[in-house]
Design a protein around this ligand. Sequence first.
Ligand code: EPU
Length: 494
Amino acid sequence: MDMLIIRGGIPLAGNVRLAGAKNASLPIMAASIAVSGLSQLRRVPHLADVSTLTQVLESLGAVVTRDLSTGELAISPPHATTGIADYDLVRRMRASVCVLGPLLARWGKAVVSLPGGCNIGHRPIDLHLKGLVALGARIRIERGYVHAEATRLHGAEIYLGGPFGSTVTGTANIMTAASLARGMTRISAAACEPEIVDLGNYLNAAGARITGHGTPVIEIEGVDELHGVEHEVIPDRIEAGTMMIAAAATCGDVFIEDAQPRHLSAVIDILRQIGVSIEPSSTNDGRMGLHISGAAHLNPADCTALPYPGVPTDLQAQLTALLCLVPGISVITDKVFPDRFMHVPELLRMGAQIRREGASAIIAGPAHLSGTNVMASDLRASAALVIAALAAEGESVIRRVYHLDRGYEKHDEKLRQLGAQIQRTTDHPEALPDSLRMTGESSMEQHKVQEIPGRFTQPIQNPLAKPHFLSDGYAIARPMVSQSDDSSGPVADL
Ligand code: EPU
């Protein structure tokens, strides 16, 4: 297992190019199982999740060839299939459930393991199943598997709204299945995410008749067959947002090539409110993107993660890390995954002052973050810890970075190109930097590095020293000290 060692305090500077979107690539790859010809995809990111879905498709009889250097991936659909997506693969990645609709529509049968628990909260698939039943599928759950059957699906009126909004992969499943159904399907309360638009464009290029993708009402006129197709995946807006926040947190100056302002309007808006400068720009050779320059003095914010076009839940953890550095009280609420706050206890270990309140985190800043040992719990939490470590004083070690590798292509390499001091090494006690070995002497003095301008002018606040009072009289509770599971030190658990 790898870990990252990051020396913080260095402003990021330079150009970075985005990979193709993970959350567009996965449903498109899954949909290829419903296509009768070859799917030739470009800009597919080199990620662990893409490798996992490749294995799922191969287990279903597809032949997948991939050129890691160019991001090209070709999928020949199976000639025959068991239709079984096994637990051992699905449990590694929930998005494997995206094969359910395509398998059913093309092959009349799907046996797909129900994804299990997840670190970011309760993630049922009831809306996927409701949509498929409306299309005429017979579904039963047996021994942890969804068994779905249908001779030929038929068009239907389907409402996909749930208690937390629509469902992204549910919309992908139903849209793909309905493409091969007999007659018209109308999905209302459909997810509007750009990744759904990309999937719709891929399916239309393969002969589907879909309109309205990108709006809450999608209409699909079923066709008898989908044919081979070439498609380039959209740039990853979550990688773009993560890089924008990293630039802001380090007071950096970064150009993000291919970042699409229209996919990022809520993110641009909240970052501008915080005081970050963001301008559309282009490189000398004409590549468009966004230019981010951080400011030394930032403003607190009240921010809510919502379905698209709102601030994405996939950037909530990274924004939380940024808001720790901002003077004043900030509030961040997640209305998509109300329990997605696994990053908070780790940020507390770095000196953040955060209190959980239901689906919100109340953040008192500016915290003087100091490097320490932290543990990644999921993909976006890992990205938040990287951002906090880049902005912290001294060295941090981030363990379980396989979470990061699931969804960010060469993240540490790209940050290194922007000037970050970040090193990947095998997780081993010998590899720990001296500053994080507790010898009884203060190790902070050993690592004075360039300081992010204006950021650490406040005296260091020790969250253990006294409670901090918010303007409405609430106190940021004192952290209790308990033991973390890797015995690497005390963990503050609010
Ligand atoms: N929900 C239901 N019933 C369902 C499906 C979802 O109640 O049948 C609830 C969920 O529990 C959640 C909300 O609806 O509260 C939204 O879930 P959604 O189904 O939209 O999430 P997803 O499709 O499983 C995708 C992304 C996630 C991203 C969410 C929200 C992919 C492969 N995954 O998940 O990405 O957080 O949409 O935007 O597209 C990530 O990349 O780190 C990641 C987790």
